[in-house]
Ligand binder design. Structure first.
Ligand code: EPS
Length: 403
């Protein structure tokens, strides 16, 4: 079973990731990881912090001559901004006083954090609850992604909406209808989206979104949005209905919901399917030479908690960033009086970044279920198990039912 842990405060010295459980011989380079780290940092509407940081990974262990050893892999990502925060984030008690933060921002982890951990400075909540941590997740997710690529599994994303601005073309519906060429390969979707400043697929929509972000920059507000993740090449058989916690859809939802500011995840036609007839929702099965086929993909590639070989289609909703220049009502924990919230520099929207983080989390959860199904201590052994299953599974069903 693969696992990863991250460590690091937002303005501390660095982020650290430990990844464990992957087979040996997966080719991986710092350049590959850095490419995805850079993708996460992009997007119009990020804060000035992104001008300070330029994430790049140092690989400390677990990789030799460009390939995984099967041992734990550790990554170090420096926070360039730490230099400005050394006293505030000091490991030892510093001399002199440090200004405490006493005013919790609505929607942030500030108040729940101090209440739960008995902190007397909101700074202690801010640091670890910050989405800066997602850089460490992208490093972990890059190992998973590279592993999946070896088996032809590709992951992509695009931003569907920001601040309620959608494209006039409903790309997601086309994917659910199995009618879109976007459903062929996941990665080209990201390549296309990465060309846009807000990771959308439609230039008119991009312009409208950028204008809206400019407006919220002026009014001191923030924006959320929705994004789509697509995984292609996923074989039949990942996940299980045998136990609740082995269901692929449940595990995907958990991993995506774990991303900062995510408030909703839909699989396939999701909430819309609740309003439709069963005859409209369920993907009819046909036989297509040597495999089963489906005309539509409303299930989003998962039936009964198991991947069915069709693209995995997900829609995720991110709430607006909770640090606003425009004041919201809150309480000063020093005076215990109602006041308006304080402002720290922040992003105006981070939906484009969130979509990239979601790619990483999706890669992680698919790699986890891939290894649960196919196992193997080396990439070659995993490959043998994978090839044997994928080559034989259809004919086993055919022969088994003939008897
Ligand atoms: C974040 C607040 C901002 C973001 C940060 C997440 O940072 P700061 O408080 O330093 O201005 O820029 O995101 C990142 C640093 C990053 O790398 O994504 C928050 O409160 O979640």
């Amino acid at each position: 079973m693969i696992r990863f842990l991250t460590s690091g405060e937002s303005h501390g010295k660095a982020l650290v990731t430990i990844v464990e459980g992957f087979p040996s011989n997966i080719p991986i380079s710092a350049d590959y990881i850095n490419h995805h780290l850079k993708r996460r940092q992009g997007g119009y509407g990020r804060s000035v912090r992104m001008k300070i940081e330029s994430d790049s990974v140092q690989i400390l262990s677990g990789i030799r001559f460009g390939k995984t050893l099967g041992s734990p892999i550790s990554f170090f990502i420096e926070n360039k901004d730490w230099i400005n925060w050394q006293k505030v984030l000091s490991i030892e008690k510093p001399t002199g006083s440090i200004k405490k933060i006493k005013v919790p921002r609505p929607g942030h982890a500030d108040l729940v954090g101090v209440t739960k951990y008995n902190f007397h400075d909101i700074r202690n909540s801010i640091e670890r609850s910050s989405a800066r941590e997602t850089a460490a997740r992208v490093a972990a997710g890059s190992v998973a992604r590279k592993f999946l690529e070896h088996f032809g599994i590709q992951i992509g994303s695009y931003v569907e909406s920001i601040g309620g601005i959608y494209s006039t073309q409903d790309y997601f519906s086309q994917l659910l209808q199995n009618k879109s060429s976007l459903g062929k390969n996941g990665w080209p979707i990201s390549v296309k989206a990465d060309k846009s400043l807000v990771r959308v697929l439609d230039l008119i929509q991009e312009k409208k979104i950028i204008n809206k972000i400019k407006l919220v920059k002026k009014s001191g507000d923030t924006l959320g949005g929705t994004f789509i993740n697509v995984a292609t090449g996923v074989p039949v058989g990942l996940g299980s209905f045998m136990q609740y916690d082995r269901r692929l859809d449940a595990d995907i939802a958990f991993h995506l919901m774990s991303i900062n500011a995510v408030k909703g995840v839909e699989i396939g036609s999701g909430f819309a399917s609740a309003e439709e007839y069963g005859s409209q929702v369920h993907d009819e099965i046909t036989i297509d030479g040597k495999s089963f086929s489906r005309k539509t993909n409303h299930s989003g590639g998962i039936e009964g908690g198991i991947s069915n070989g069709f693209p995995i289609l997900l829609r995720t909703a991110m709430k607006p960033i909770s640090t606003l220049a425009r004041p919201l009502r809150t309480v000063d924990l020093g005076s215990m009086k109602n006041i308006t919230s304080r402002y720290e520099r922040s992003d105006f929207t981070a939906v484009p970044s969130c979509a990239v983080v979601a790619e990483s989390m999706l890669a992680w959860v698919l790699a986890k279920h891939f290894l649960l199904k196919f196992g193997g201590d080396s990439l070659e052994e995993t490959g043998d198990n994978f090839n044997s299953f994928t080559k034989k599974s259809f004919s086993r069903v055919r022969k088994g039912f003939k008897k």
